[in-house]
Design a protein around this ligand. Structure first.
Ligand SMILES: C[S@@+](CC[C@H](N)C(=O)[O-])C[C@H]1O[C@@H](n2cnc3c(N)ncnc32)[C@H](O)[C@@H]1O
Length: 213
């Protein structure tokens, strides 16, 4: 079962194969130019460097992550300093050098809303079937009516069990609503050798957006 303890243990034992060095090229390619100071939500952020890239574009970035270790590593890896505020069940770490807040706690306890945009990479697909609908509803409830969403999803066929979980196009449209559009797909088996280990017959990464403009 995928519980919060599962993720805490993954961080404690360093099993974080999902973490990418550098910035995700799909974020750079598909993120639009939004108004400076736009509030961008990054659910289930791990220690992704994509947060740094978004902050450097002039946005106010809020990452939410259950693992204190992930947050400590993000701060240490990027030579940052911070102040911490306690708010109910969550801790808010304000980064001094960049417009970044890291929320430490269970995403479902995070109740701020009216975000202008959301970046979901390896967050929806980290959620098991039982929690996926709740995750998407909770995320949509955090966003302003005209918010922008960039989602990177996975669809695979083969032996592997998640996470990451395989989510097909029909489920994505059912979960996120009829405004979501697929922008691009890449079969990672064709472009990255590590996916050719016999576990899959297809491993497709797709980029989706909801763009209300
Ligand atoms: C697959 S990783 C993806 C991390 C990041 N988005 C990236 O692209 O590197 C999923 C992350 O979600 C965190 N997580 C899982 N369940 C969570 C929850 N309920 N609340 C907050 N964080 C959670 C895990 O600790 C893990 O760092």
């Amino acid at each position: 079962m995928i519980t919060n303890e599962f993720w805490l243990e993954r961080w404690q034992t360093g099993r974080i194969g999902f973490h990418l060095e550098g910035i995700n090229p799909k974020l750079i390619d598909y993120w639009p130019t939004l108004a400076k100071q736009s509030r961008v939500l990054v659910p289930l952020c791990g220690k992704t460097n994509d947060i740094i890239w978004l902050a450097e574009q002039g946005y106010q970035v809020t990452g939410v992550e259950i693992s204190s270790l992930a947050i400590i590593e993000f701060i240490g890896d990027n030579d940052l300093t911070y102040e911490t505020e306690h708010k109910g069940k969550i801790k808010i770490h304000h980064i001094n050098e960049l417009p970044i807040r890291l929320i430490e706690g269970d995403y479902f306890d995070f109740q701020e809303n009216q975000f202008d945009a959301c970046y979901d990479r390896a967050a929806m697909v980290a959620m098991p079937t039982t929690l996926r609908k709740k995750y998407v509803e909770h995320t949509l409830a955090r966003l302003a009516d005209d918010a922008f969403l960039l989602l990177i999803s996975l669809f695979y066929e083969g032996e592997k069990q998640g996470p990451p979980f395989s989510v097909d196009d029909t489920e994505i449209t059912q979960l996120w609503g009829s405004k979501i559009r697929k922008l691009a797909s890449e079969n990672l088996m064709e472009t990255q050798t590590e996916y050719r280990d016999g576990l899959y017959t297809l491993f497709e990464e797709s980029v989706w957006h909801i763009d209300q403009k």
